[in-house]
Ligand binder design. Structure first.
Ligand code: JA8
Length: 229
């Protein structure tokens, strides 16, 4: 799977991309991540990509020309057409079913904004998909882009560190309950003991306990997940 990331701050991605799991996936040619600095498409000698908003107001707006030039130029670098995604707090909320859909695609282009956002004509011309990673405002789209890459690549066969298929107990299309609590050694820590049921080897009883815990946790913490579906 190929990712193209358009950003004003490509260096933000270096630490994330050099983590061993992703590095292995890149070396095994399961994943490609190409970083592009939008400033390279600036038309003027000062490399400006932002300007003040018409109508007034605070902050700066990303200019339509360098943004559209960058997106179209990067799109043409591969025969496979990329799904163009702009990270924005006004986009479609990212949930696991959307992650699963994105993981089926051969190529994604992730466009990261900064400042007060893009000139509207970027959206009018490119007609990208707009995705939000959550109801809070980041300083830019880069962390959101890494979130998408991270959530998507763990669904690509062979990318996970272990041989297990990805954990989908919580939030997958089929299961909307939260995970049950897990324990490992020691059996006792500061007077807190591992629940007896997990030690007795009765797997029907263990499954039943875990289902009950999942339901209880979901009711306590995320009642919204039980609403429909
Ligand atoms: C932001 Br600035 C900026 C750009 C993209 C995103 S996505 C999100 N939740 N906040 C802020």
């Amino acid at each position: 799977m190929r990712f193209d990331v358009l950003t004003l701050f490509p260096d933000i991605f270096n630490g994330y991309l050099s983590q061993s799991l992703l590095n292995k996936a890149i070396n095994n040619q399961l994943v490609e991540v190409h970083l592009h600095n939008v400033r390279d498409w600036s038309a003027d000698k000062h490399h400006r990509v932002d300007d003040r908003p018409y109508g007034g107001g605070p902050g700066m707006i990303l200019m339509v020309e360098p943004m559209v030039d960058a997106i179209e130029s990067v799109q043409s670098r591969d025969d496979e057409t990329a799904e163009v995604i702009v990270l924005t707090p006004t986009g479609e909320p990212l949930k696991q079913p959307l992650v699963e859909e994105l993981a089926t695609m051969k190529r994604l282009m992730l466009v990261c904004g900064r400042y007060e956002g893009f000139d509207q004509r970027v959206f009018d011309v490119v007609r990208p998909r707009e995705i939000s990673v959550g109801d809070y405002i980041l300083n830019g789209g880069e962390v959101a882009a890494m979130t998408i890459i991270d959530a998507v690549i763990r669904l690509i066969p062979g990318v996970l560190g272990d041989e297990d298929s990805p954990r989908q107990d919580s939030f997958s299309t089929s299961n909307r309950l939260l995970e049950f609590p897990q324990y490992t050694r020691p059996r006792s820590f500061r007077g807190l003991d591992v629940p007896e049921v997990l030690l007795n080897g009765n797997h029907a009883e263990i499954d039943n306990w875990r289902r009950t815990q999942s339901l209880q946790r979901t009711q306590d913490r995320r009642r919204d997940l039980l609403g429909e579906g």
